[in-house]
Design a protein around this ligand. Structure first.
Ligand code: ATP
Ligand code: MG
Length: 288
C-alpha cells in the first residue's frame, strides 16, 4: 500500500456521503478510471464499529463477486495516520452515478432495475450478508442502466449473520426512511432476527416506489424533513403503505409486486428469490 496514492491522480469529487468523500481517480499507468472512497475518523469505540469491524468487512468485500454488486478492487485501512482511523476503498467507477429520484422511471425500466437489485440481494443473502441500507443513493448505475448495489461493508452498513445466534444489528444503522416496520419499532412489531433479510426487501420496495413516483412515496413531495415518528405512524401504525401510496397509473403487476415487498409482517414478506419469479419482474424486465 506504500506508494498507492502515487499511482493515481484525482479527477474530481463525485460526491459526499455521511461518512466520507468519493473521488473519481485515474490510474496513471493504465489510464483506468476508478472511484475512490475515503472514510475518515472512524470511531473505533462506537457500537457500530464493534459489531462490524472494518477487518471483517474487508474479508467480506474480498470474496463478494457478483455483476450486481459494485466491485471493490482494494481496501486500505489506516492510510492516513494523522487522522486516526481512515479507510480508502478503490472501487469500480459507475458513470451514471446514483439512481436519480427526481425523474420517474417507466414500468419496464423499473422492472429492469428491480431484477438487478434482486439478483444482488439474492446473492448477498445467500452469503449471509444483509445490506441494511438499500436506498436510491446506494444504487449506482451506468449509461445503459446497469444497476449495482454499493456502499455495504463500509462503515456502518453491513451486519453479519453467521447463523441467527450471532445476529447483530446496532439498530440505528441505515436511513430511517427506507427502514421496515420491524426495524423502526422493534417492540410493537415483535422483531425476530430470523427475518433480518426481509428488511432489505422492504427498503427495495420503498426505493422502487420512489423511482416510480419521483419523490419519497410515503409523504407529499413538499415535505422536506421526515422524522422517525412520521415513519412509525405510516409504516407501523397505519394501513399497509401499498394500499394507499401507489398511483392509479401503476399496472396490476406492479401493484402486486410492491405489495409483496411492502408486506408489514416480515415473515410473510417475499424473499429476493421469490420476487425474482414475480410476474412483474419475469414479464417486464429486459432479459439482456
Ligand atoms: P451515505 O453516506 O448515506 O451512504 P451516499 O450514499 O450519498 O450517502 P457515499 O456512498 O459516500 O454517500 O457516496 C457519495 C456519492 O458518490 C454517491 O451519492 C455517488 O453519487 C458517488 N459515488 C459513490 N460511489 C461511486 C462509484 N463507485 N462510482 C461513481 N460514483 C460514485
Ligand atoms: Mg452511500
Amino acid at each position: 500500500a506504500d506508494n498507492f496514492f502515487l499511482d493515481f491522480e484525482k479527477i474530481c469529487v463525485l460526491g459526499h456521503g455521511n461518512y466520507g468523500t468519493v473521488y473519481k481517480v485515474r490510474h496513471k499507468r493504465t489510464s483506468e478510471i476508478y472511484a475512490l472512497k475515503i472514510i475518515r475518523d472512524i470511531d473505533c469505540d462506537s457500537e457500530s464499529q464493534s459489531t462490524s469491524p472494518p477487518s471483517q468487512e474487508t474479508k467480506i468485500l474480498g470474496f463478494i463477486d457478483s455483476p450486481f454488486i459494485i466491485k471493490c478492487h482494494r481496501i486500505f485501512e489506516q492510510l492516513l495516520p494523522s487522522s486516526g482511523g481512515s479507510i480508502a476503498i478503490l472501487m469500480e467507477y459507475m458513470d451514471g452515478g446514483t439512481l436519480d429520484t427526481r425523474r420517474s422511471f417507466s414500468e419496464s425500466s423499473l422492472a429492469h432495475i428491480a431484477y438487478q437489485v434482486l439478483k444482488g440481494l439474492e446473492y448477498l443473502h445467500a452469503c449471509n450478508i444483509v445490506h441494511l441500507d438499500i436506498k436510491p443513493s446506494n444504487l449506482l448505475v451506468d449509461r445503459d442502466l446497469s444497476v449495482k448495489i454499493a456502499d455495504f461493508g463500509v462503515s456502518k452498513i453491513l451486519s453479519y449473520v453467521h447463523g441467527s445466534d450471532n445476529y447483530c444489528d446496532s439498530g440505528d444503522v441505515g436511513t430511517y426512511a427506507y427502514m421496515s416496520p420491524e426495524r423502526l419499532d422493534r417492540d410493537s412489531c415483535r422483531y425476530d432476527p430470523k427475518y433480518v433479510y426481509a428488511g432489505d426487501v422492504w427498503s427495495l420496495g420503498v426505493t422502487l416506489l420512489e423511482l416510480f413516483v419521483g419523490h419519497f412515496p410515503f409523504f407529499p413531495p413538499e415535505k422536506k424533513s421526515i422524522s422517525w415518528m412520521d415513519l412509525v405512524m405510516v409504516t407501523c401504525l397505519g394501513e399497509p403503505p401499498a394500499s394507499w401510496c401507489i398511483p392509479e397509473a401503476a399496472s396490476e403487476d406492479l401493484v402486486s409486486f410492491i405489495k409483496c415487498c411492502l408486506e408489514k409482517d416480515p415473515s410473510k414478506r417475499w424473499t429476493a428469490s421469490q420476487l425474482l419469479k414475480h410476474p412483474y419482474v419475469l414479464s417486464r424486465s429486459r432479459s439482456d
